[in-house]
Design a binder for this molecule. Structure first.
Ligand SMILES: Cc1ncc(COP(=O)(O)O)c(C=O)c1O
Length: 443
């Protein structure tokens, strides 16, 4: 219903939000989409464009946090989903679709010889942690300060620690993220300082007899702003192997980096890989895979498995069929085209930065790009937290709003590409970003 048809001053989104406030806390069911005075409600999507209930059509550079790698409304996916919905939406019996999706992942992702499915990236990480504990017989998990792995409270430790509670840089405290975060859970987590090779090595060695796993997103921390350095990743691979600690790459987001995932791009192979987002083609999904010896904790051939993993909607055929269709469409050529478009966009952003004299750095690789409004170094969570508090955070709302005024829907000004995008869409984005930044610089 368009605002005009509603017959009074409120926009259609404001009217929906008014109803929402009576049935959801403050009207929301998802924290990251909070928008004042009210969220903009989506009506439909078509290719790389999304239309809201007011009728505004925008280039969708968020793609539901990277999960919609084919954008909206991809014909092959829609047809397959309609057909599958008519056949079977879910059942207690497994379907062939789960085997098809597993075959694709085992063929493409270097560390994955066996895989199990779940319904979200969060759940994938929960299961991977259980597998690592069962495999090693050890209780603790190490994660990066500032690392995000979904809503599993164990892994929320130190996601947003601050100078008041984070402790020494070379031995960070495990800090609560939510009010009520139990100390008992924090005691089970070891926090590592990203990119500090010596400090991390010392912590791993000191705690080796307690640590079941090290988990990290190998590509980025906090929406793409901090990248693990290659020597750091190499050290992690070497030390964990030596110390009998399971190395988990959380590729829930980074799998979109290439045909063989981010691990294929960098040639470093973890023990377990967690997946989500693009492997469901738009339907909720999660996956946990690895070498057979690590995945043996799920095996039932010799009796009860070490880990009993089930779930009502696990491997439901809608997600499995959608994921299979989506990944079949993602050929090496398609990844190469997305990476070339990403580079075209980054080149455009670099030119804008140069021409307008913006204090910023253009970050990203493959289909992820962004212009982060600071020139401060960003090598770990603490540097990011400082840059964020002093320079980035005050500018982000303005950047997002000015890009939106150019019909560019972004999350914090970051750009997550999709396969329906054309070079014209990239040029449209660069031209819009230039106008947006010209206005920002004039403020
Ligand atoms: C690296 C990483 N891990 C895990 C998750 C959680 O996945 P989900 O939202 O499907 O639970 C996300 C979500 O953005 C993510 O980026």
């Amino acid at each position: 219903m368009a605002a005009a048809a509603a017959g009074h001053n409120q926009t259609a989104s404001a009217q929906i939000f008014e109803r929402a406030r009576h049935v959801m806390p403050s009207g929301y069911t998802r924290h990251l989409v909070v928008q004042k005075p009210n969220p903009t409600y989506a009506a439909s999507g078509d290719g790389c464009w999304i239309t809201d209930v007011e009728g505004n059509r925008r280039l969708d550079w968020v793609n539901n946090f990277s999960s919609l790698i084919h954008g909206h409304n991809k014909r092959e996916i829609v047809e397959m989903l309609a057909a599958q919905a008519g056949r079977l939406m879910s059942a207690v019996l497994p379907t062939e679709w789960e085997v098809s999706l597993a075959e694709i992942l085992c063929e493409r992702i270097p560390s994955v010889e066996r895989v199990r499915f779940m319904n979200s990236g969060t759940e994938a990480n929960q299961i991977a942690i259980k597998a690592a504990r069962a495999y090693t017989g050890k209780p603790k998990i190490a994660k990066m300060e500032g690392g995000y792995h979904g809503q599993f409270d164990l892994l929320e430790a130190s996601f947003q620690s601050n100078p008041g509670n984070w402790g020494p840089a070379e031995r960070p405290n495990a800090t609560a993220y939510q009010v009520g975060h139990p100390q008992g859970l924090l005691d089970l987590v070891t926090i590592l300082p990203l990119n500090d090779i010596e400090a991390t090595r010392a912590i791993l060695r000191a705690e080796a007899d307690q640590l079941a796993a090290v988990i990290l997103d190998p590509q980025r921390l906090q929406l793409g702003m901090v990248a693990p350095h290659r020597p750091y990743l190499e050290m992690l691979r070497e030390e964990t192997e030596k110390l009998g600690i399971v190395l988990i790459f959380d590729e829930v987001w980074s799998l979109r980096a290439g045909y063989n995932g981010f691990q294929g791009e960098i040639g470093i192979t973890p023990d377990l890989t967690t997946m989500g987002k693009i492997i469901g083609g738009g339907i909720p999904v999660g996956g946990c895979g690895g070498q057979q010896k690590f995945m043996s904790v799920f095996e039932v051939d010799a009796g009860d498995p070490k880990i009993k993993h089930s779930g009502t909607f696990t491997a439901n055929p809608m997600a499995m069929a959608c994921g299979t269709t989506s990944l079949r469409l993602l050929t090496p050529d398609v990844f190469a085209r997305m990476a070339a478009q990403g580079e075209r966009l980054r080149e455009g952003l670099r030119a804008i930065r140069r021409d307008l004299g913006i204090k910023a750095q253009v970050l990203g690789e493959g289909s992820l790009s962004g212009m982060t409004p600071t020139e401060l170094p960003l090598n770990n969570y603490r540097e990011l937290a400082y840059a964020f508090a002093t320079e980035i955070a005050p500018k982000l709302p303005v950047i997002q709003t000015e890009l939106l005024a150019e019909d560019l829907l972004t999350m914090r000004g970051g750009f997550v590409g999709s396969t329906p995008m054309t070079d014209d869409d990239i040029d449209f984005t660069i031209a819009g970003a230039r106008r947006a930044w010209t206005r920002i610089m004039a403020q």
